[in-house]
Design a protein around this ligand. Sequence first.
Ligand code: MRU
Length: 332
Amino acid sequence: MKVRTENGEKDIRAVWFEDGKVVMIDQRRLPHELVFVSFDRYEDVAESIRNMTTRGAPSIGATAAYGMCLAALSGCDLEEAAKVTKSARPTANDLFYAVDHMLNELSKGIDPIVAADAYAQSMVDKCTSIGEFGGPLIKDGFKVMTHCNAGALATVDVGTALAPIRKAKTDGKKFFVYASETRPRLQGMQLTAWELNQEGIDHAIIPDGSSGHFIREGVDIIIVGADRIAANGDFANKIGTFEKAVLAKEFGVPFYVAAPISTFDFNTPTGKDIVIENRSEEEVTMIGDVRISPVGSPALNPAFDMTPAKYVTGFITEKGILKPEEISKVRE
Ligand code: MRU
């Protein structure tokens, strides 16, 4: 992704491996500061996933792959490292996919750094293909809505939902993006808007509760990412996705889910079987160190919701755009 720094424009990734360490953007500090942190123990890498230093399903997967790489280089028990890494967050399928992939590669004697780098690069290539397939869905003059951050930060580079948006921009189209703020962690406001800004893409941040208002006024397409897609096409994504999908159907707006095949979980039959992560009350009741709710009022904080397949117009994958009933074709 292109970022503007004091020393000019730079091309960086969300996570990579350098000098024996996993280096990543600390996404909790954006958009205020672009700060990089690095770890040389797999336990700390798992913690960086849990505390959302890095986040977004494909970036979580790549980070986990690098964590497994560190475990292998340090001669740690790989089964234990896999267990610790997989326990960092429950919903994103890519986390489990990446750890199993690394266990398999390492069991074949493949060099840990080569295997993890190849995994991260494959994510970037898949996202580039998602952009190629999804870009043509965005026409000149379109109003595009997205939710949370399914951009380069969430996917090592390029993005899933933001890949077609980046491609449409590269192709010279003029369009406008609504980025919903995404309470409580504000990935839409702080990360998607930051990426769109860096790329000079015309956009506005909207409050989560205003989606219905803008969809009725005239959104042409909604594109979101996914954390896990069940075998029947039901999918989990950031809390707030479900109501956008229902509203899209009500107002005849095409609703697309952009995700690599690593996000599909064919062992989970339906969305009801997807484990939804519940995070701390403080993410809802506090902003930074300041409490914004009455003491004594509890808060509920499901990080994701489940959208049934019937609301999905298509899944934009690295293998093409698939209707929900077609996804079994890409089972690996
Ligand atoms: O809790 P997060 O920030 O990891 O959740 C991220 C999302 O829900 C994204 O929309 C999803 O992972 C797709 S990322 C390409």
